[in-house]
Design a protein around this ligand. Structure first.
Ligand code: PEP
Ligand code: MN
Length: 355
């Protein structure tokens, strides 16, 4: 199923990268919402976010102010002229948010992971024209992410964007949610006209990582950023460690280096031609290597030998890892390349032996 998309066309938002959405993790009090929004408006932010209903990992922590907060969002619209956005996870949220005139809706990571919930939100959106942004699911599953967007799109929502906020991991990493950039990059390849935001706040989980992650997202050609901010970050009722003041946000945005996307120059074209030629050579060499593997398989078959000889495999992986390091490539990269080559070689040998 292809997504049927229209340009976001958000009133007052130029298509200048990065389009920035900012505001607190949660709407806590009218005063906190209004003062954060005013400070953000003063530094030029045009889209205000605040969580009204909060999906929390454990019960007992602050689960959002609920419906009351919607009136504060309307105040933000009135007093600052900003557009406002919030997370919706149920049909009831959608109904209340639409009634309150929220400008943009987003679907949170836990909801995206659940097709029943996404379908419920999609059904509630039938016949409505509003931009809907879909965060990646908590687990690194691109199909699930795309599937959620397809459900929303099939309900008639054409103005859509994706938000990359990283993925849950048990690995010990510096991130709260590991970026796995190859997943949004593959999303760009599959759906080139889909704008993608990065949420460095939930990805990094701490203030220090917001600037480098935002820069990385810009270098990869992301369309926008969703950054959590708070008038008094240390006092935030949720995600305090990752929120920054509007002033700090403005400082970070000023320092971002924004490079052109999509523009191809002559010298870039020439370099790409060289890459294409080298890729062709790599494919040729690989196919020669596989041919020799098959000859080895013939020999093994004649002499009744097993396909995999662990000692030899270990030798290849270790030697190539070390050779690669000498040539300026990481050991991990070399290992994964030669693991894949070995896997294909074993597959071809087994196929031949069983003929
Ligand atoms: C949020 O943006 O406040 C939020 C809950 O994020 P996520 O769904 O990415 O965890
Ligand atoms: Mn948050």
């Amino acid at each position: 199923m292809e997504l049927e998309l229209q340009p976001l066309n958000i009133p007052g938002i130029e298509n200048k990268r990065p389009v920035v959405i900012s505001g607190p993790c949660s709407a806590e009090t009218e005063e906190q919402v209004l003062s954060t929004a005013k400070e953000l408006a003063n530094v030029g932010i045009k889209i205000f976010r605040a969580g009204i209903w909060k999906p929390r990992t454990r019960p007992g922590s602050f689960e959002g102010i609920g419906e009351t907060g919607l009136a504060w969002m309307q105040e933000v619209q009135k007093e600052t002229g900003m557009l406002v956005t919030t997370e919706v996870a149920t049909a009831k949220h959608v109904e209340l948010a639409l009634k309150a005139g929220i400008d943009i809706l987003w679907i949170g990571a836990r909801t995206t992971a659940n097709p029943f919930a996404v379908q419920e939100v999609a059904d509630a959106l039938k016949g409505v024209d509003i931009p809907v942004f879909v965060k990646n699911p908590v687990n690194p599953d691109l199909e699930l992410w795309i599937g959620s967007m397809e459900r929303i799109n099939a309900a008639g929502i054409k103005r859509m964007a994706a938000i990359h906020r990283g993925f849950t991991t048990y690995e010990k990493v510096i991130y709260r949610n590991i970026p796995m950039w190859h997943i949004p990059i593959e999303l760009m390849r599959r759906i080139p006209n889909l704008p993608i935001f990065c949420d460095p706040s939930h990805m990094g989980g701490c203030r220090e990582l917001i600037a480098p992650l935002s820069q990385q997202a810009m270098d990869l050609g992301f369309y926008g950023l969703m950054v959590e901010s708070h008038c008094e970050p240390d006092k935030a009722w949720s995600d305090a460690k990752q929120q920054i003041t509007p002033d700090v946000l403005s400082f970070i945005l000023d320092k971002l280096v924004i490079r052109n996307t999509g523009e191809t120059t002559e010298s870039l074209r020439a370099l790409r031609k060289q890459i294409d030629e080298l890729d062709n050579k790599i494919i040729e060499v690989l196919s020669k290597r596989m041919r020799i593997s098959r000859e080895i398989a013939e020999y093994k078959k004649e002499h009744n030998m097993a396909v995999v000889q662990p000692g030899r495999y270990d030798e290849i992986i270790n030697k190539r890892g070390a050779q690669g390091t000498l040539c300026g490539m990481s050991n991990d990269f070399m290992r994964s390349i030669f693991e894949s080559i070995h896997e294909e070689s074993v597959r071809q040998q087994i196929e031949l032996i069983n003929k």
